[in-house]
Ligand binder design. Structure first.
Ligand code: T4K
Length: 409
C-alpha cells in the first residue's frame, strides 16, 4: 500500500495507486469451501438439479427460521422474486415506490405493466417518507412498495396504517435487510410479503438467488405455483406462471454460506466500527448509523458527503478513490426517475423528489465484507482525510482535468 498524505501523492494526478488490486463494495462472502464441494457432489450423485430439490427445500426452511416468516419461497434472483410476488399479490395500476432504490425494484413493476409512482424519501432514513404517500394515492393505486434501504427498515407501522386506511397492499423489497429487525421483530414478517436477494454481492449469497417470504398461506401456494410455470401437478396448469426456480447449486451455496452468516455479520460490524472511528475526525463526512437496539447486518458502509463542509464534492472523492483502486459506489445515483425508461416516461417526477435527488448526490459506499482488512480501511480513510484537508486545492485541480472514472448524469 502506498501512503497518501498529500494530494500530490494521489493516483488521480499520476502517482501509483494505493492498492495493487481493486477493493470492491460487493466482494462475495464465502463459507466453508469443503462443505460446499461436498454438497455439490451430493447434487451430482442425486442427479436432482432443480425443480424444488432437497437443498432448495432445506434452504427455504432455513430462511423461514431466520426471518420468522411462515413461508419462504426460494427464487432464481431477487428481481424475479419481486415480479412473481407483485403478480401473485394482484398488484396492478399504480404502485407507490421510492425512486431511491436499485433499479430492479422499479423494473419489476414496469415489466408487469404497473406504473411506478415515485414517492420521496425521508433524507434521514433514506426510506419512503410516510408523510408524502397519501397525496400520491389515486383510484388506480393498488399498493405501496417499501424498500428497506441499507437494511434499515422502513417506518413499517406508519406505512401499514396508510395501506389499511386506503385498502392498499403493502409489500417490501427487503433485498438489503436479511437478519435485520424492526422494533425487535425480524424483517420478513411484515406487509403481505417481503422479498430478499441473495445475489453474489449481498452479505449472504447463493451466487444468484432470492426468496419471497409471507405469512399468508394462500399467497404462499400461489407463489409456489407461479414460480414453476403454474404447474400444480404433471400436465396440470392452474395459473400463468413463469420460471423463477432456484436450482440446487444455488441452494447449496446459500446453505453453506448461511453456516457462516454470524461471522459475516461480525466482519461487517467490525469494518463498520473501524470506518466510524476513522471517519469521525473528518469534517463533512458522516457515516450512516445503524440502530444498535435492533438487529443489523451492517452490510453497507454508507457515507454522506457534505460538499460545503468538505470543500470537495462526492463525485470528486469517488474519482480520487477509483484512481487508488478503491471502487466506491454511488448507489443509487442518479435515482430511478432519472434513468431510462422512467426519465422519458415521467419527466416531471424530479419536481416532487427533492430529498431523493439530494441524497443521491451525496452518498458514497465504501468497501466492506469479509475480504477487507483493517489496514485497508485505515488506508482508505487516510485518502479521504487527505482529500478533505486539501479540499479546495483538490477541487481546483480536478476541475482542470477530465474525469476518468465517474460520469455525471
Ligand atoms: N432490490 C434492491 C433494493 C436491490 O439492491 C437489488 C439488487 C435487487 C432488488 C435485485 O436483486 P437481484 O435480482 O440482484 O437478486 C449490484 C448487484 O448486482 C445487485 O444485486 C444489488 N441489488 C445492487 C445494489 O448491486 P451492481 O451492478 O452495482 O454491482 P456488480 O454486480 O457490478 O457488483 C459490484 C462489485 O462486486 C463489482 O464491482 C465486482 C464485485 N463482484 C461482483 C460479483 C457479481 C465480485 O467481486 N464478484 C462477483 O461475483 O449491482
Amino acid at each position: 500500500m502506498h501512503s497518501k498524505n498529500a494530494i500530490n501523492e494521489f493516483a488521480v494526478f499520476g502517482s501509483p495507486p494505493a492498492f495493487g488490486q481493486p477493493l470492491h463494495v460487493g466482494r462475495p462472502n464465502l463459507g466453508d469451501r469443503a462443505r460446499l464441494v461436498e454438497r455439490l457432489n451430493d447434487i451430482l450423485d442425486r442427479r436432482w438439479l432443480t425443480n424444488d430439490g432437497p437443498y432448495v427445500r432445506e434452504f427455504e426452511q432455513r430462511i423461514a427460521e431466520l426471518t420468522g416468516a411462515k413461508h419462504a419461497i426460494a427464487v432464481s434472483n431477487g428481481t424475479t422474486g419481486l415480479e412473481i410476488a407483485f403478480r401473485a399479490a394482484g398488484l396492478a395500476g399504480e404502485i407507490i415506490v421510492p425512486s431511491f432504490t436499485f433499479v430492479a425494484t422499479v423494473h419489476a413493476l414496469h415489466w408487469l405493466g404497473i406504473k411506478p409512482i415515485f414517492c420521496d424519501i425521508d433524507p434521514a432514513t433514506h426510506c419512503l417518507d410516510p408523510d408524502r404517500i397519501e397525496a400520491l394515492i389515486t383510484p388506480r393505486t393498488t399498493g405501496i412498495l417499501g424498500v428497506h434501504v441499507w437494511g434499515r427498515p422502513c417506518e413499517i407501522e406508519r406505512l401499514q396504517a396508510i395501506a389499511d386506511r386506503h385498502g392498499l397492499k403493502l409489500l417490501f423489497d427487503a433485498a438489503h435487510a436479511l437478519g435485520c429487525s424492526y422494533r425487535g421483530r425480524k424483517v420478513g414478517q411484515f406487509g403481505l410479503a417481503e422479498i430478499f436477494s441473495f445475489h453474489a454481492t449481498k452479505f449472504l449469497n447463493s451466487f444468484e438467488g432470492g426468496a419471497i417470504v409471507t405469512n399468508d398461506d394462500a399467497l404462499a401456494d400461489k407463489l409456489r405455483l407461479m414460480r414453476n410455470f403454474g404447474f400444480s401437478g404433471y400436465d396440470r396448469i392452474d395459473d400463468a406462471g413463469i420460471n423463477g426456480k432456484m436450482h440446487e447449486f444455488s441452494a447449496a451455496a446459500g446453505l453453506t454460506n448461511l453456516e457462516s452468516v454470524a461471522e459475516f455479520i461480525a466482519d461487517n460490524r467490525r469494518n463498520y466500527e473501524s470506518y466510524r472511528d476513522e471517519l469521525r475526525s473528518i469534517p463533512g463526512l458522516s457515516l450512516l448509523e445503524y440502530d444498535e437496539r435492533e438487529r443489523c447486518n451492517y452490510q453497507y458502509v454508507v457515507v454522506e458527503v457534505d460538499e460545503a463542509a468538505c470543500q470537495v464534492g462526492r463525485d470528486f472523492l469517488a474519482e480520487v478513490l477509483w484512481a487508488e483502486n478503491v471502487l466506491a459506489r454511488r448507489y443509487f445515483y442518479p435515482g430511478c426517475h432519472r434513468v431510462e425508461p422512467y426519465r422519458s416516461l415521467y419527466p416531471d417526477a424530479s419536481d416532487r423528489l427533492p430529498a431523493t435527488e439530494s441524497v443521491a448526490e451525496r452518498v458514497l459506499l465504501l468497501p466492506t465484507g469479509s475480504t477487507i482488512e483493517a489496514a485497508e480501511i485505515r488506508a482508505i480513510c487516510e485518502i479521504l482525510r487527505t482529500a478533505v484537508r486539501q479540499g479546495p486545492e483538490l477541487t481546483r485541480r480536478l476541475k482542470a482535468q477530465p474525469l476518468r472514472f465517474v460520469n455525471v448524469v
